[in-house]
Design a protein around this ligand. Structure first.
Ligand SMILES: C[S@@+](CC[C@H](N)C(=O)[O-])C[C@H]1O[C@@H](n2cnc3c(N)ncnc32)[C@H](O)[C@@H]1O
Length: 222
């Protein structure tokens, strides 16, 4: 795995990770972490949590990784090819305001992406995906429509996803990511949260065979 800290990058192998993990009882992995603000906040909130931020763009990670607390690390990787050293380790998985190939993959059901997400999540791991209307609009989808697609694809990948929850100004202000702040103070302060859990492997096959897809009609408000 390629780890970044400021201007420096170095390899982190499975043994390094194992040594690091001894100190922690939780592992949060934030995919498409951007400037890593969320990861730094999550690490500061709980010292027994190891928070890992992953992004495909190393420039995005440079400055934020330099300011990381001891229990936060940053990795350069594409979400479609997450390092196998992370398989089965995440207790919490977040994707905040995805765009680009990350968003397209969630919408289109990109197999490499969905398998990668399922692979790093421990059974019972909590997953949270936050979607914003402007990114969905660029992808040619309305927010509610996009949420239905993402929910279905995550479900097929082995995540039990609850009905979407609408996030308005207050909830966006309370969410410690740079994009949540931009949205909170922008023209359309609205997003949808899809949350759920990684099911045990035995349940995956059943879901892949396709129970009825729930509609987004039951959006809850926050
Ligand atoms: C809109 S930014 C959101 C950043 C951060 N999560 C936030 O809430 O402020 C989306 C991020 O996803 C990253 N991204 C897009 N496609 C990706 C992929 N396939 N794998 C990893 N990161 C990706 C981009 O580099 C960008 O940093």
């Amino acid at each position: 795995m390629e780890r970044i800290h400021g201007k420096q990058t170095f390899q982190l192998d499975a043994a390094d990770l194992e040594r690091l993990l001894i100190n922690y009882d939780e592992m949060l992995i934030d995919i498409g972490t951007g400037d890593g603000r969320f990861v730094r906040e999550m690490a500061q909130e709980r010292k027994t949590r190891l928070a890992i931020g992953i992004d495909a763009c190393r420039e995005n990670l440079r400055e934020g990784s330099r300011r990381a607390p001891a229990n936060a690390i940053f990795l350069i990787a594409r979400a479609e090819q997450l390092p196998h050293e992370l398989y089965g380790l995440a207790t919490h998985l977040t994707i905040n305001f995805p765009w680009g190939s990350l968003l397209w993959g969630l919408l289109d059901g990109n197999t490499a992406l969905l398998q990668s997400l399922a692979a790093i999540a421990r059974p019972g791991a909590r997953l949270e995906v936050r979607l914003n209307p402007s990114a969905l609009a660029v992808a040619g989808r309305a927010l509610d429509e996009g949420a239905i697609l993402v929910r279905r694809n995550l479900r097929d990948a082995g995540f039990a996803i609850e009905p979407p929850v609408e996030l308005k100004t207050h909830a966006l202000r309370a969410c410690p990511t740079t994009w949540a702040r931009k949205l909170a103070f922008g023209r359309e302060p609205r997003a949808l949260l899809l949350a759920g859990t990684r099911m045990a492997a035995a349940a995956d096959g059943m879901l892949a065979r396709g129970a009825a897809v729930p509609s987004a009609a039951g959006i809850q408000h926050q």
